[in-house]
Design a protein around this ligand. Structure first.
Ligand code: NAD
Ligand code: MG
Length: 408
């Protein structure tokens, strides 16, 4: 299994000078995508950490007002703005004393690799997150990975490089965090399968015919999770589960045949691992990303935190049902991309990202998203063992093809 869910033998990443066997000392954190949903939850975890997590770097694309508010509250050493035009709006004196501004992706790559950084939270949305996550892996960092697209696009390359540099990747995605926790109950050879739970999204009970008429406003109304726009639409199509199947395939080094999906509308059981003896181990908690974020930042330790708790004094019901392949064809595409490997994930990811953009802009119907993704997965010039350049080339190709679809 390429990703260890136990402390590495050499204690890599945990041996802060002030630390001890029970206290990791201070951990300096780089938050990539700090103004987003995961970024804001990460700052909640940092604020509640009693000073154990130190915000070292906050990076965002263009939400300057919020980024400056965060900088004034958390006083990081660095604020990094991806978009130079947006950065131009930051006047002298806008940042607190001790905080410096850097601009653009090259600067972000350099600062993420700085020896001062102990933990990198990868929470930029979409393919844009690959570059800085790769920089963190190159530098051998411990990465709390929310940006699943990194593994969907370039899973084998990322896992191989992380093994070479000693980088640890701890998942933040709630399902993968649950699996990471459940895997501690056995050895890799004892796992018979992994079952990812899915909320089913806002259209779990909608008729197949009515799905073509879904509006962006309806797709952006998720029943259990509050998230960024792109992943919220992905949850509505269940493409999120497709991407998560590919993510799990590389993260846990299991063949696609050992990965399954079950719909669980309450979003409390975050995923399950079945072992060879038939025992199924799950992780339960209310839908609150602060728990998996904190787990990834402190792993392998557990500390008290701000995440909501389950209330066993109140009656609860857990439902499980198989996903409907007719209404949610995206799930099959995830199984296919996980089984094929190579460039399939990169094409699926880019086609989906562009199709979601088209849907939100009114150029594509909701049901076109999975259809165009399936078509491009079939048609693309598949490569078994791509380089990063191949991945980027096919990402661009898929986006261009979706653009043509949107025009017809
Ligand atoms: P979001 O849209 O709320 O936030 C995205 C963040 O990325 C923002 O801070 C934005 O400024 C930044 N960003 C976007 N493009 C950038 C660029 N080119 N350069 C630098 N920064 C850029 O997204 P989110 O919901 O927080 O999701 C972030 C990632 O976490 C996604 O990959 C998503 O799949 C994953 N994830 C999110 C959740 C969730 O609950 N929101 C759960 C699991 C996984
Ligand atoms: Mg998830």
């Amino acid at each position: 299994m390429p990703v260890s869910n136990r402390e590495p033998a050499d204690g890599q990443g945990l041996d802060r000078p002030t630390g001890s066997a029970t206290d990791p000392g201070l951990l300096r954190v780089a938050v990539l995508g700090s103004t987003g949903s995961i970024g804001s939850s990460t700052l909640d975890v940092i604020a509640a950490s009693g000073g154990r997590l130190v915000p070292h770097l906050l990076a965002a694309h263009s939400s300057i007002g919020l980024l400056l508010d965060q900088a004034r509250q958390f006083r990081p050493r660095w604020v990094v703005v991806g978009d130079p035009d947006a950065a131009a709006a930051i006047g002298p004196g806008s940042l607190p004393d001790g905080t410096s501004l850097a601009v653009g992706p090259d600067a972000l790559d350099d600062l993420v690799a700085d020896p001062a950084v102990d933990r990198v939270v990868s929470a930029i949305v979409g393919a844009a997150g690959l570059r800085s996550t790769w920089a963190a892996i190159e530098a051998g960092k411990t990465v709390a990975l929310a940006n699943k697209e990194t593994l969907v696009m370039a899973g084998p390359l990322v896992i191989r490089r992380a093994a070479e540099t000693g980088s640890r990747i701890i998942p933040v995605d709630s399902e993968h965090s649950a699996i990471h926790q459940a895997l501690a109950c056995g050895s890799p050879g004892e796992v018979s399968r992994i079952v990812l739970t899915a909320s089913g999204g806002p259209f779990r009970t909608r008729s197949r015919e009515s799905l073509a008429e879904v509006t962006p406003a309806e797709a952006l109304r998720h029943p259990t999770w509050s998230m960024g726009r792109k992943i919220t639409v992905d949850s509505a199509t269940m493409m999120n589960k497709a991407l998560e199947l590919v993510e799990a395939r590389w993260l846990f080094g299991l063949p696609a045949a050992k990965l399954a999906v079950v719909v669980h509308p309450q979003s409390i059981v975050h995923s399950l691992v079945e072992f060879v003896d038939g025992a199924v181990i799950a992780q339960l908690s209310p839908p609150d990303m602060r728990l998996p974020i904190q787990y990834a930042l402190f792993h392998p330790r557990r500390v008290p935190g701000p995440a909501r708790r389950l209330d066993f004094a109140t009656a609860m019901q857990f439902d499980f049902e198989p996903p409907d392949p007719e209404r949610f064809p995206a799930v099959r595409l995830g199984h296919e991309a996980a089984a094929r490997g190579g460039t399939a994930g990169a094409v699926l990811n880019a086609a989906n990202e562009e199709a979601v953009r088209g849907f939100l802009a009114g150029a594509l119907r909701f049901t076109d998203i999975a259809e165009v993704c399936g078509r491009l997965l079939d048609e693309h010039p598949f490569q078994d063992d791509p380089t990063l350049d191949d991945v980027r080339r096919l990402d661009a190709w898929a986006r261009q093809e979706v653009g043509k679809w949107a025009c017809v």
